[in-house]
Design a protein around this ligand. Structure first.
Ligand code: UDX
Length: 455
């Protein structure tokens, strides 16, 4: 099928590359000339496992093209995917300017029936606004061309996005009941047929329910995390082990094991933004989402948990003290620093006068960029970026772990002890067993694991 993807950010690029991999003829459009040049020269603007190979293979096969040419791109696809960003604006609602600009471009240049697919995460009702914007552009040039808008939210996890796209657990598609809506359904069915061979993974619904499903999924997942973080903080106080509790409750099939990991708070481009956006939508309809307000507040507080643990152990004044930090990205297998808990920790350590040595397997260039914005060049100079995890430890009072990269799971503990000034590990992702650490002579502070923590 002929497909146009508008927006070559994280979602657009993965969607475009994976749809080309299935044999479709894909045209990716972006307004950012530098990004398009980079892609046309074989570069990839983000770190995402497997993506580079899929892009290279499909570019070489001529099935995946990148362009800034709006007219040619819109003319290409029967399906027009809108996959541009929806950043939060000042009041937390999703900023739709890029989505609506994409819709206008489609309206300006389309010359035959198009199915416009909303892939971006957008508030309920956005498909109607997309439709209205396209109609306005068509009317402005006196065109009668038919189209329909469907909602097809993505459920990709950063760091596993190619895998998630290629092996989806569900495909949610919302369309209307008009003849064009039915026509769109047939085309979408054809597009996703490769994933539905063995069993049907598509869920067909009305457009608003599809838009809502995306927010509901992220809100539910964020709720589980904040819930576990709150319990973990209490476990620390009462002397229970949140990891034992996690196994104990997760084995109930009604609860399940996934997404029950206490930690240093959730970050990334989706959960923080989507929780805020759905709260905002609710307020517009005169409803307070009490649970989600608490989910957000707990998460903001949780991003300070590591700073709190450092202060509890080393005091308020950290002047002249040095700390090692492992992991900067908001989660493993990505270089994404958006809303990363490491940013909150580093700000706090630096504000208290400490110096820091950091290591992250892939996020250091991006971290340097955002930390300069957070801290300013002057304070950034108190952070040393190291080439290897062990190098960050030399002379540090303690190691603080923020992101659970695989490479941190089984370090050489003897070397770790020898290089730190004193053997203290503050672990924001519960990577190690407290009993094992005590046995090794390491003072270990996890999240909600105080039952065995040596004090
Ligand atoms: C999420 C959704 O999972 C995905 O379906 C949606 O399309 C986009 O948002 P992503 O933000 O890439 O994906 O990451 P995810 O793996 O879901 O993790 C989000 C955050 O929650 C991370 O900061 C992670 O560290 C944290 N997390 C996750 C926990 O703290 N505990 C958990 O148990 C799981």
């Amino acid at each position: 099928m002929k497909i146009t993807i508008i927006g070559t950010g994280y979602v657009g690029l993965v969607t475009g590359a994976c749809l080309a991999e299935l044999g479709n003829d894909v045209f990716c459009l972006d307004v950012d000339q530098r990004k398009i040049d980079m892609l046309n020269e074989g570069g990839i603007p983000i770190h995402e496992p497997g993506l580079e190979e899929v892009v290279a293979r499909n570019r070489a096969a001529g099935r995946l093209r990148f362009s800034t040419d709006v007219a040619a791109s819109v003319a290409h696809g029967q399906l027009q995917f809108i996959a541009v960003g929806t950043p939060p604006d000042e009041d937390g609602s999703a900023d739709l300017q890029y989505v609506l600009a994409a819709a206008r471009n489609i309206g300006r240049h389309m010359d035959g029936f198009k199915v416009v697919v909303d892939k971006s995460t957008v508030p309920v009702g956005t498909a109607d606004r997309v439709s209205a914007a396209i109609k306005e552009e068509l009317a402005a040039r006196g065109a009668q061309t038919e189209f329909t808008v469907v909602s097809n939210p993505e459920f990709l996890k950063e760091g596993a996005a190619v895998e998630d796209f290629m092996r989806p657990d569900r495909i949610v598609i919302g369309h209307d009941s008009s003849a064009n809506g039915q026509r769109a359904r047939e085309l979408m069915k054809l597009l996703y047929a490769p994933f539905n061979r063995n069993h049907e993974r598509s869920f067909w619904m009305d457009v608003r329910s599809a838009e809502f499903t995306k927010y509901a999924a992220n809100a539910m997942l964020a709720t589980r995390i904040s819930f576990m973080n709150e319990l973990a903080n209490l476990a620390d106080k009462v002397g229970a082990d949140i990891e034992a509790v996690r196994h104990g409750i997760g084995s109930d099939p009604r609860i399940g094991h996934s997404f029950l990991y206490a930690g240093a708070g959730y970050g990334g481009s989706c959960f923080p933004k989507d929780v805020q956006a759905i709260e905002r939508t609710a307020r517009q309809y005169g409803q307070d989402l009490l649970i989600l307000s608490a989910v957000e507040a707990v998460n903001e507080r949780q991003k300070h948990v590591l700073g709190r643990k450092v202060v509890a152990r080393f005091g308020e004044d950290l002047a002249g003290k040095r700390f090692a930090v492992w992991g900067l990205a908001f989660k493993p297998n990505t270089d994404d620093m958006r809303e990363a808990p490491s940013r909150v920790l580093l700000q706090e350590l630096i504000a208290r006068g400490a110096s820091v040595a950091v290591y992250d397997p892939v996020a250091m260039p991006e971290a340097r960029r955002v930390l300069e914005l957070d801290l300013g060049a002057d304070k950034l100079s108190r952070i040393e970026f190291k080439d290897a995890p062990m190098e960050a430890l030399d002379g540090a009072e303690a190691l603080v772990i923020v992101t659970e990269w695989k490479a941190f799971r089984s370090p050489d503990f003897e070397q770790l002890k020898a290089r730190l000034k004193q053997p203290v590990v503050i672990d924001g992702r519960n990577l190690y067993e407290p009993a094992q650490m005590t046995g090794l002579g390491i003072e270990y502070h996890g999240i909600g694991r105080s039952v065995l923590t040596s004090k």
